[in-house]
Design a protein around this ligand. Structure first.
Ligand code: UD1
Ligand code: UDP
Length: 381
């Protein structure tokens, strides 16, 4: 069988983490059948948003770095398109492998599909039904440009079928006759794989002076939460109330976007309360092993992140979702997550409810921990 050349496009933090699962599977089981070249768009560039994950998770360094940096959606995507196209022409890969729903995903999909290079989309079929989210548009365009659609859940497969995709795999797929594969979730693969290592290596709890089970974990970075002063202020005040009402500190690894918007948009007295009080423990973006350790040892997670919602669940923690929709609807259906938007009353009620709740054993909603092998097997043909 001929070796296939895959060009993997990453750019934002969660994609680098997801790519780790596939790189690991290729190294362990598909040497000689799949060759992977990693292209980094440079969408995320701070060391703690990018570099740290390559070194911690053992991912090969990107062969290509486009350094596109930050910008408006159009500027950022256009720079990526131009750079990716040039490298596709030079490298002539058999497959372009894309993750998730960021602008890097969108650019990779458009550049490859227009050059008639087959696209494989990992995390296909997710829908929040909210097209005001840039991520929803990115998902839809990427799915409809793809030849392989790797779905983490049955819900994702059903979403695609509703949009006219077949509900089955195809051994010889094309963009017009794509293969829809229920692969399971590579993030679940990663959580299983790295949990032990995190337990051995992470010193984040000691560094923060925290005992397991004695804190709440929060992350916020969605543009509609960070860029709207009123919503951001309501969210921050809600997080401060958790300490006041329940005596639990809130550990909050700050995405650089959120850090910048807090400085710009929040009143000075609130910033002072945040920085001087005991309620919030603001930390820089965490490495993945520290993040897993925080998720695993928290009482409860509040987040607007897609990935953090699921990881909390993988570690048996309930999730208060600081959004009005989620693409991870199984978590709602099974009672592990609740949508509260940026509404202080709903946030307080959800926190109160989950802190009093015994969660029991998490059901298997995201596969069996071998999604990456399944994806590689389909691509190797
Ligand atoms: C992006 C994705 C989002 C994903 C998130 C993961 C899009 C449209 N959004 O959002 O889906 O959930 O990544 O974290 O692709 N910045 C830095 N340093 C960095 C990176 C960003 O300071 O290394 C700051 C810049 O001010 C930048 C802002 O964060 O303008 C936003 O970055 P950007 O990549 O545009 O979007 P994210 O909010 O990170
Ligand atoms: N993550 C991390 N450090 C942090 C915050 C998140 O390592 O400080 C990891 C998290 O464990 C998950 C992924 O980043 O694997 C989620 O990325 P993010 O929340 O940035 O984006 P989303 O999933 O919403 O696209």
């Amino acid at each position: 069988m001929r070796m296939k050349r895959i060009l993997t496009v990453v750019g934002a933090r969660p994609q680098i983490i997801k790519a780790a699962a596939i790189s690991r599977a290729i190294a362990a089981h598909f040497q000689g059948r799949l060759e992977e070249i990693i292209l980094h768009t440079g969408q995320h560039y701070d060391a703690n948003m990018s570099e740290v994950f390559f070194s911690e998770l053992g991912i090969p360094a990107p062969a290509i770095q486009l350094h596109v940096g930050s910008g408006t959606h159009a500027v950022q995507t256009a720079r990526m398109l131009e750079g990716i196209e040039q490298h596709l022409l030079d490298l002539a890969p058999d497959i372009v492998l894309l993750y998730g729903d960021t602008n890097s995903t969108l650019a990779g999909a458009l550049a490859a599909a227009k050059l008639r290079i087959p696209v494989a989309h990992v995390e296909a079929g997710l829908r929040s039904r909210d097209r005001s989210m840039p991520e929803e548009l990115n998902r839809i365009v990427c799915d409809h440009s793809s030849t392989w659609l790797f779905c983490p859940t049955g819900t994702a497969v059903r979403n695609l079928v509703q949009e006219g995709f077949p509900d089955h795999e195809d051994a010889q797929p094309t963009i017009d006759r794509p293969s829809v594969v229920l692969s399971g979730d590579v993030m679940y693969d990663n959580s299983l794989h790295f949990a032990q290592l995190a337990a051995q290596r992470s010193k984040v709890l000691e560094g923060l002076g925290l005992q397991p089970g004695s804190f709440v974990l929060a992350t916020i970075h969605r543009d509609n939460n960070t860029d709207d002063a009123q919503r951001l202020e309501r969210l921050v005040r809600s997080l401060l109330s958790i300490h006041a009402d329940h005596g639990l500190p809130v550990v909050w690894p700050l995405h650089p976007r959120t850090r910048k918007r807090m400085d710009e948009l929040l009143p000075a007295d609130l910033m002072q309360r945040i920085e001087q009080g005991e309620g919030l423990k603001l930390i820089p973006p965490a490495g993945f092993l520290d993040m897993i350790a925080l998720e695993r040892n928290s009482r409860l997670v509040l987040t607007d992140s897609g990935g953090v919602q699921k990881e909390a669940f993988f570690f048996g923690k309930p999730v208060v979702v600081l959004r009005s929709t989620t693409e991870w609807v199984e978590l709602l259906d099974h009672g592990w997550a609740v949508l509260v938007d940026a509404d202080p009353g709903r946030i307080a009620n959800a926190v109160q409810y989950y802190l009093a709740q015994e969660m029991g054993v998490a059901p298997a909603l995201y596969g069996d921990g071998h999604a990456a092998e399944r994806i590689c097997a389909a691509l190797a043909g």
